[in-house]
Design a protein around this ligand. Structure first.
Ligand SMILES: C[S@@+](CC[C@H](N)C(=O)[O-])C[C@H]1O[C@@H](n2cnc3c(N)ncnc32)[C@H](O)[C@@H]1O
Length: 388
């Protein structure tokens, strides 16, 4: 289940799965309306790659997906020009990067590379993107300094017609945010030094990530250019805590819905991968397999709790006078809560079965996709509460 080249760095497998699955959806959608698509890997590597063929790098993963999408679009007579830029600071890694990019299988993609520090190269990166093109920026550093601060990212964030996937090194920030020597850095990231001493570990994590996401969401200096944001947690393979958050920014509500669809599938994959990694570790240490998973029981309990919160949310946002819930509404819920779409559907279904809510546009009982948010030209279906 876990490919040999990802053993011991399962978090990279999770990150790469998200990147691959999201890019595929993105390029197939954006390709319908955009003649030129730019992909920019701001911290390209290769890094800790195991595979001789380098297929386990974000470089090969992105170029393979570009190739596949370009061909698939061409089959529908849509011809998109793809451009890709790879930035890397370290000389040794840059030499390896150059070698990877020489591969003939990517010869129909316009590929560029830049060697240097992301911080210094930000203006060159922005001017490399054609003004009329769509751009996707992948920001996957090894640390946070001179990367994730709002002012550092602002030149990229101010570019219209762009999306971003940013690796926010949560665990590294968690360890440093209370150390006085880092106060000035924390202020650059969060606008303040996060005060977390009285908080539980979960509250502390929530505070840190939401402080950052709120600042990022409103970092764009054009107040009419609304940014939407979602994030997904990547956990340590064998420990129950967050290693980093992959923060996604877009200008479009469909982006949030697609990203959350991919995140939900990723959550299932992540659970499986981590279960195997934990099992392998147990076997390595004691020669025995784990008989009973406390984590699985905890996850089940958290899911039940979350479902009851989602049901409360539905009841609060529905009234006896039915109204349509469309894709924009769905994106709003996802952005506000971070819940998965299937749980939102499941909560509505339970309320429907309890006779508390009604979908006025489904003539027969649906078992899974009880609300079609994309019906009626994405305006959705008429939903209402059955009693006050
Ligand atoms: C986490 S690794 C990238 C991994 C790659 N995205 C992947 O998933 O396969 C970060 C890379 O950024 C490079 N790097 C570190 N600091 C940098 C900087 N300031 N500017 C550009 N590259 C940098 C490192 O040498 C390393 O190769």
């Amino acid at each position: 289940m876990i490919p040999e080249n990802y053993k011991g760095r399962e978090q990279a497998l999770i990150k790469h799965t998200l990147l691959r699955n999201y890019l595929e959806k993105l390029f197939m959608i954006i390709g319908q309306r955009q003649k030129v698509i730019c992909y920019i890997d701001c911290f390209a590597g290769p890094w800790q790659q195991e595979d001789e063929a380098t297929e386990d790098t974000s470089i090969a993963i992105s170029l393979n997906i570009i190739n596949e999408c370009k061909l698939a679009l061409a089959r529908s007579n849509i011809h998109v020009h793809f451009r890709a830029l790879f930035v890397e600071k370290k000389k040794k890694s840059f030499l390896k990067l150059e070698k990877i990019l020489e591969n003939k299988k990517w010869s129909n993609i316009e590929i560029h590379k830049l060697r240097g520090d992301f911080f210094d190269l930000r203006e060159s990166i922005c001017s490399w993107c054609d003004d009329n093109s769509f751009a996707f920026f992948f920001i996957d550093p090894t640390g946070w300094k001179n990367v994730v601060e709002i002012d550092t990212l602002r030149p990229l964030l101010n570019r219209k017609n762009s999306e971003y996937l940013i690796n926010f090194m949560f665990y590294s920030i968690l360890r440093t945010h209370t150390q006085g020597t880092f106060n000035r850095h924390m202020e650059k990231i969060f606008g303040e030094t996060p005060e977390t001493s009285d908080l539980s570990p979960i509250e502390r994590e929530n505070k840190i990530i939401s402080l950052y996401c709120d600042r990022l969401k409103y970092a764009n200096t054009d107040k009419n250019d609304i940014t939407r944001l979602a994030h997904v947690k990547v956990l340590y393979p064998t420990r129950d805590r967050t290693l980093y958050d992959l923060v996604y920014l877009t200008r479009h509500h469909v982006g949030i819905v697609k990203f959350m669809e991919v995140s939900e599938k990723l959550d299932i994959i992540q659970n499986k991968i981590r279960a195997i990694a934990k099992q392998n570790k147990m076997v390595e240490k004691s020669g025995q397999t784990e008989m009973f998973s406390a984590t699985a029981v905890r996850q089940e309990r958290d899911k039940l709790l979350e479902l009851s919160l989602i049901k409360d949310y539905w009841l609060e946002h529905l009234s006896v006078k039915p109204r349509r819930f469309g894709l924009v509404d769905l994106a709003d819920i996802l952005e506000e809560t971070g819940w998965f779409i299937s749980d939102i559907q499941k909560a509505f279904k339970e309320l429907e079965d309890e006779g508390k809510v009604k979908n006025y546009e489904s003539s027969r009982k649906r078992s899974k996709h009880v609300v079609h948010f994309d019906a009626n030209n994405n305006q959705g279906e008429l939903l209402g509460k059955l009693n006050q």
